[in-house]
Design a protein around this ligand. Sequence first.
Ligand code: HXC
Length: 517
Amino acid sequence: MQTVNDKLKILKEKNAHVNLGGGVERLEAQHKLGKMTAHERLHLLYDNGFYDELFRFVQHHATAFGLGGKDLPADGVVTGLGAVRGRLVYASSQDFTVMGGSVGLKHAWKICEIMDMALKAGAPYISVNDSGGARIQEGVDSLQGYGRIFYYNTLLSGVVPQISIIAGPCAGGAAYSPALMDFIVMVKGTGQMFIAGPEVIKEATGETISAEELGGAYAQAAQSGNVHFIARDDADAIEIVQSLLSYLPNNNTEDPPFHGTGDLTIIEDEALNHVVPDDPRDPYNMFDILQMVLDPGSLFEVHSHYAKNMIVCFARLNGRVVGVLANQPLEKFGAIDIDASDKASRFVRFCNAFNIPLITFVDVPGFLPGVEQEFGGIIRHGAKMLFSFSAATVPKISVVVRKAYGGAYLAMCAKALGADRIAAWPTAEIAVMGAEGAVNVLYRGEIKSAADPQTRRKELIEEYKLQFSNPYQAAQQGMVDAVIEPKKTRAYLSVALESLRNKRELRPQKKHGLIPM
Ligand code: HXC
């Protein structure tokens, strides 16, 4: 008969076996590639390296292609829960050393169970991807497994934050799970994602491209915009996730963590009065303004490699988390194009789902003109911004810094889209379009017949600017609440944010609207 000690010995042996994953050789191979193992990644993620592993003895039931009776430790994925900076977080971490971290039915089942637990507990879910994709031997069972993962990703969406780390291969349909989550962090050099790899592409279209060029971190961050953060290595990826979590609530019924004292510190920064150049055509760096207005060191940029003409970041104002959107005049003069629209509206949707107030800094000359933009669907994509801001019920505050022209001004969350507070700097130009364009449309005949067309054109432009290129007409109409000195921006936003803390806005019941997709 087995004694209790015998039973404990067996348990210890089994645990050791599981922790070694696919064996010492494979673990070493993983390290040689600069990758951590599935357990090491979780160890680093969780406070004091402690996590509660669940389902470690789950095994596949597959029999085909030599899988029958084959022992796959933890079925190739470590699943569990623990505390990240003191808050409950659920995670799954694929183990590439066990049959390439491939996804069979039970592997997928474990991931879904963890997601279901995260959903019920109202806690964030982190997935570490390092996998050869569908476990070939399990055939359609594997597809069924993936389908369930996608289903749970969708159930969790908007209820608890979902963050994906891609720290190895993530190819084919497997890439759709990260794509369904809120944020993707990809490790440079080892992470890769694509629907069809270089060989398939070569066969299908004749194009030649390396796997890194196609699916590496930079390509997926800067070209496709699928990746939100590039990490130097696994440890950096985990640090990014920990920092990101510090801005997010546990779930959609809670507010984000508050790091302030509760005191309203009203600081005026004289330097803000001198950021915007005298010539409205000169660019400046919008980050200079953001750094001066928001809490020092709190700016956490998202999607920094993609659509740089639109800045989106989390930050804190007097300790309160805010989602910030700003046009960047250094890139495409801050004009909104298709990619900027997608980037901005996705961020607005996320912030609204998780009770994060929105602040916009506006300096936008318009939507980017061009045949490519029109044929690419700028109307549909730009409409996403109008939709997402209009639909957002979190506090919405805007600061018009300089140009605010036409539909693009509305798309940056104007009063008409439900902005709760709007301040304009004296340098603001709120108008249907810029002075040059307007004068060309309105006075073409008069300019043509003038004795000196150039001089007359200039005079008309100046007249137009005097009348329209300022914030006062909009202020007269109540489209702007206040015209403020730039140095008072932090004070203005602080008061506005505090006064909106208990904002409640009810909307008509519906199944869902149709965001222009
Ligand atoms: C079963 C797999 C596997 C898979 C890898 N392995 N991928 N086993 N199913 N999908 C096994 C290998 O046989 C090998 O086992 C071990 O994992 C390590 O793999 P290597 O090839 O030695 O590693 P590496 O050279 O680093 O190459 C990694 C890789 C390659 C690029 C990911 O393994 C690969 O191309 N795998 C197949 C990828 C694939 O086509 N997956 C299906 C995609 S379709 P041994 O015992 O030799 O160590 C898909 C559909 C999902 O995912 C649809 C959802 C809707």
